[in-house]
Design a protein around this ligand. Sequence first.
Ligand code: WTA
Length: 674
Amino acid sequence: MEEVTFVGEALPFEERIELPNWGRRATTIKDYQRYLIGTVENFREFWANAARELEWFQPWTAVLEDGEHPYVTRWFPGAKTNISHLCLDRHVRGSRKNKVALIWEGEPRDEVGNPREVRKYTYYDLWREVNRVAFALRSKLGLVRGDRAAIYMPMIPELPIILLALARLGVIFSAVFSGFSADNLALRIKDLEAKVLITADGFYRRGKVLRLKETADQAASSSGIIQNMVVVRRVGLEVKMREGRDVWLHDLLSAVPPTSGVEPERLESDYPLYVLYTSGTTGGPKGIIHDHGGYAVLLHTTMKEVFDIKDEDVYYCTADIGWVTGHSYIVFGPLIEGATTMMFEGTPDYPAPDTWWSIVERYGVTVFYTTPTATRMLMKFGNDPVKKHDLSTLRLIHSVGEPINPSAWYWLFEHVGGKRCPVGSTWWMTETGGIMISYAPGTKLVPLKPGANGPPLPGIDADVVDEAGDPVPQGKKGFLVIKKPFPGMPSPPTGMWGDPERYASVYFEKFPGKGYFYAGDYAVKDVDGYIWVAGRADEVLKVAGHRIGTYELESALVSHPAVAEAAVVARPDPVKGESPIAFAVLKEGRHPTPELTAELRRWVRERFGAIAEPSDVFFVTRLPKTRSGKIMRRLIKAVASGSQLGDITTLEDEGAVDEVKVAYQEFVKAMGRG
Ligand code: WTA
């Protein structure tokens, strides 16, 4: 077997952990594999059955309308729905009307560490709020079906409320992570041609107040197309409101009569719900489109299978709603199920490293969804913060965003889950909209393997293939693909906002004629059919689970007056999984200095966002390139991670690699001395 390691650990392919006392659904791997094969062979029927468990304004005329290409496959054509109806209206008519839908905690704590602000919304509360907001947005700002809105908001309850209100109106939204820079926000506003931007005055982060409206103002001005900005008062900051453009949400709502509501727009199943921008190897961010109907079906199914969600659960996903995990598994997934979903404004280690565990204890959280980076960060504080709290309510734990190394898996399993809870690593991506590969304890529980993603989910035809698209032997590394369409896949006819050709070429042309969706990841399939995703096969970085394009960071660097050329690569990081480092070629007459290093790091932070600040900048006089002039980041990455260079036959100038080596080794030496 080709060795696959993660953060210095070899993966224990052979290890199996059985949880005989967990539920009644344990099965053997063989039986489960047989069941999976059936669901894939009859995948149309499988997904039609799943879709029947939801409510539709109008039924579909076909489960799947095969297009000429897989990327124009339409799910549930003819059907009408609205995800806001599925998340709210469906529940308020029944016994969940006064069930708690959303629990929110603000970051600020009192002297003994208790939250200063907690808000709970029942399904009925949420339904009323969403109706009021939708009514205000439509009547005061004239937002209607097909309009586009950009969202730049912190983790406050108004965020899911606004997303649901926009969905209700059929307004296509793009939520942009509140840690992103004004440049990043402006880029998205322009691509989407959004006419409205919804933001907040500011928010709390590690005890400080961050002024969000100012960044939103910069983005709105530089995009030049924002007609209205709606501002939520979170902190009570003095902010400049531009006459005629800006309006406070509470002012918009104050004039809304209490009985006002908006019936959900009856939308085609594949009508766009949102556009979420994500990074690739080349070019700017790609606007991935997800729809109302197919997406809801995938979320419904995965909430059942992966999270085994039940009415009595308190479900807590620690992501930020600015990323796909938050869209799918804080807001839409749990609300479709009528679950109680927990939302927290702050970070896991502020003011103390037991903040998350205190939340689990306070609300009796049963299902916990987190990330490997956060787990590794919390592990560093030892077990005392965990032991301080009663975590006995937990029954299920999953992680997402990057491969989980076995020791982080064990820590979650032993110390957080008390060896009672299945622990999984759910593989999926912005493009898939929902989980594709994971244990499915809600269907059947199979033996767990520390670090594995598990078998593909029912109905999902995931496989590991070689360059030719043929399955690789078990235990051998290959490319992860999904061979059959699935509901929730980027919504046709375009898949990617404004760029159907790019959608087709990035995801479907790696294996010509096969129609496979290419994920861009390396993976290994073991003897039991479990998939182990080993990391990106392209040059995309995964920093603390956040997906960052090398191209985007390099563009930020070369926009600095001193920089002629730049290459950004990932260096393995014991906590964040990967951290970006940059190699820069300076313009004539500019010289490397420690001040310039600091300035370039700050430059990237300001232009991109703090998450992408390079941990180091190295200066070289040339970058390793192919004869056709393409930067060979693979070689630079190999130097920085101390691995073999591999094939260098296409390299134009070996001296360039030596220079990278020298620059890097000097740094390593200096660190060693320091
Ligand atoms: C990686 C996040 C291993 C993978 C939902 C994928 C994972 C990319 C896992 C998508 C996991 C996500 N194990 N790798 N459990 N989950 N990845 O779009 O490289 O931010 O292609 O979506 O994250 O990142 P994205």
